[in-house]
Design a protein around this ligand. Structure first.
Ligand SMILES: Nc1ncnc2c1ncn2[C@@H]1O[C@H](COP(=O)(O)OP(=O)(O)OP(=O)(O)O)[C@@H](O)[C@H]1O
Ligand SMILES: [Mg+2]
Length: 324
């Protein structure tokens, strides 16, 4: 099954399981394998009619989230876009109970963030890793490997296992060579990779990143985006990536569009960006390659209307050239 995306693999294993011809029908110890449990036990994250207000009962009470319904499966690769103030960060902070719904409920692997015991909340925070915009606000130690070790130490992981996890996380993000560096000598992009390694060392099921590239130069943005994609494809970690950059959102399997506290669009990028009225309503820009393709098409060059990424535009232009 190499080459299949995780949801595809889940589906194939589930089909084999249902048809009774799977070696994976039961994992070791007689439980369904992790993939099957992911499927059989439904969603990793579920928002059920979630409302949230920052100022309950005040004269200025306004809802930052208005009845959010959202389900995320294990291994999903998803972007969240929306204009300023649309509720993206408020949504992100509900994933691990940093904020609790004013109404409705958020479930992480069946554990509700509302009314959870301290032990259950610890479990939720183990499963959901959070990365914010500014790495300087999240880094705690002065040396790279010490910082990455901080999360698992806090979880009470034994020292030998911490060492293993730290090395693995640093290698997964291609920053192993900086392990003994002082964090203040790193670029902003490298610092953001250290924060992501710190989250990875806690072995989460899902990483929520709230505009992790907003303060970075284009080269570092690309590095962070590629690293996050690798974590999803190779480690099977679900990714929720909040971004203002439409050029970034097109790389994800699923794009959720927020506007004024509501989800107004949810689907594969091609489907989302084909809905011009949705993009305008949310005040979002079309990705530059799509705008360029539309502009050229308007001037009589028959380019593929589905172009979203630079590589697709180049391919489409080359095809056009060969026809001329
Ligand atoms: N601490 C707060 N106190 C009161 N209102 C808040 C607070 N934080 C956010 N809000 C309001 O909640 C709404 C949603 O804000 P939120 O920060 O979630 O949006 P966002 O989509 O993340 O915006 P941005 O793109 O600027 O990061 C906005 O109307 C905002 O003014
Ligand atoms: Mg925000």
């Amino acid at each position: 099954m190499a080459g299949l995306s995780l949801p595809d693999r889940h589906y194939r294993q589930f089909r084999a399981y249902r048809n009774g011809n799977s070696k994976n029908r039961r994992g070791i110890f007689g439980k369904p394998s992790i993939y099957l449990r992911g499927l059989v036990m439904a969603h990793l994250v579920e928002f059920k009619k979630v409302f949230f207000t920052y100022e309950p009962g005040s004269a200025t009470e306004a809802y930052a989230l208005k009845g959010i319904n959202l389900q995320i499966n294990r291994g999903e690769y998803m972007a969240v876009v929306g204009p300023n103030g649309s509720g993206k960060s408020t949504l992100a902070r509900h994933f691990n109970g940093l904020l609790l719904p004013s109404d409705g409920e958020v479930f992480i692997d069946h554990l509700s963030t509302t009314g959870s015991t301290a032990e259950q909340m610890k479990e939720i925070r183990k499963r959901i890793g959070m990365v914010f915009q500014n790495p300087d606000n999240q880094l705690i130690s002065s040396i790279v490997e010490e910082d990455v070790a901080f999360g698992p130490e806090n979880l009470g992981v034994p020292p030998k296992e911490i060492r293993r996890r730290v090395n693995r996380a640093l290698a997964a993000l291609n920053i192993f060579k900086y392990r003994r560096e002082s964090i203040c000598h790193l670029s902003e992009g490298q610092k953001q990779l250290v924060t992501i390694a710190g989250v990875l060392a806690m072995k989460p099921d899902c990483i929520v990143l709230d505009e992790p590239t907003a303060l970075l130069d284009p080269f570092s943005r690309k590095q962070v985006l590629e690293s996050v994609q690798r974590l999803n494809r190779e480690e099977g970690i679900a990714v929720v990536f909040i971004t203002h950059f439409m050029s970034e959102a097109v790389h994800f399997d699923r794009v959720v569009v927020m506007d004024r506290g509501e989800i107004i669009g949810d689907g594969p990028p091609r489907q989302i960006y084909s809905r011009g009225e949705l993009i305008r309503e949310a005040g979002l820009d079309m990705p530059v390659p799509a705008r360029l393709a539309a502009e050229l098409a308007g001037r009589g060059f028959p380019l593929d209307p589905g172009v979203l990424q630079v590589e697709e535009l180049v391919h489409s232009l080359c095809q056009l050239r060969s026809k001329i």
